[in-house]
Design a protein around this ligand. Sequence first.
Ligand code: ZN
Length: 349
Amino acid sequence: MPLVSTRQLLDEAAKGGYGVGAFNVNDMEQIQAIMEAAKETNSPVIIQASRGARAFAQDNYLFHLILAANELYPEIPIAMHLDHGNSFETCKSAIELGYSSVMMDGSLKADGKTPATFEENVAVTKQVVDFAHARGVAVEGEIGVLGGIEDGHGAGGSGLDHVTDPDQAVEFAELTGVDSLAIAIGTSHGAYKFTKKPDGSVLKMDLLIAIHKRLPKTHLVMHGSSSVPKDLQDIINQYGGKLKETWGVPVEEIQLGIRNGVRKVNVDTDNRLAITGAIRKVLWETPEKFDPRDYMKPARAAMQKVVAQRMTQFGQAGHAGDYKAISIADMAKGYKDGSLSTKPLVAAR
Ligand SMILES: [Zn+2]
């Protein structure tokens, strides 16, 4: 099966009424963990790489690992997605390498830190959409600004500083023609999202529902949506770690989102916690060990467990065989002839 566009993958998720986890990768073991979880749960897959991941692993290593996954699991639809592209050039380089999907995060300027104006965001996102769609590649945009910083990307501060305005979301979708839209509803990147279990005062699910009502056909994306489970925090701290108490986005809130138009859910921190906890445990309990496989195997297994759990919770489990991949070249034809039009169907106010 060729690499699948996130557009096709999320269209199918909308038809089936489920969400799809998008899991970040930096190395072979993380890709293996995701693919084994997908096989275990019969799930379609979105694998995503940030600029930080591309710099860490180098493009060629990372991309060829994804192609290896595609060869080894031909029955599973796999989308390869660029997470938080900061400029047209970053998105272009991913598309030229063969990514089937890119995010243009124009909510920040190209420095990845300073909030951009609405006009700047529209202009750069539209430029990416035109380039990507001509090549059959799907585009995720972002309106509103997420909190926190991860991989050096982010405005910092609270997730409530720049939540998405529903009117702007509609205008943005119309002006840019994005295939999916990341919105800011109070979540942050990284492990420290909330200082207590989040309620409606900090996690704006009402706002998400309002945006979905206005843009019922647009695939919404939740970023910063790790649940940061206490048991994973505890393992790290039990074996010499020093994490401060923190809360993520509860799975039931994500499931509420999925019932209201969320089709892509970004998860990174939970996997980082699982990996680090497993490695700490081995090194703490058996300090005489020095073969990296002794701790990488349990680390990979711990990540697989988290990913499989999320795939089941988001509802994508069981859906890997629902459809055949449309090639990226055929997706390009679809954008050209209008059958993949991204004109959002805006509901009446
Ligand atoms: Zn993000």
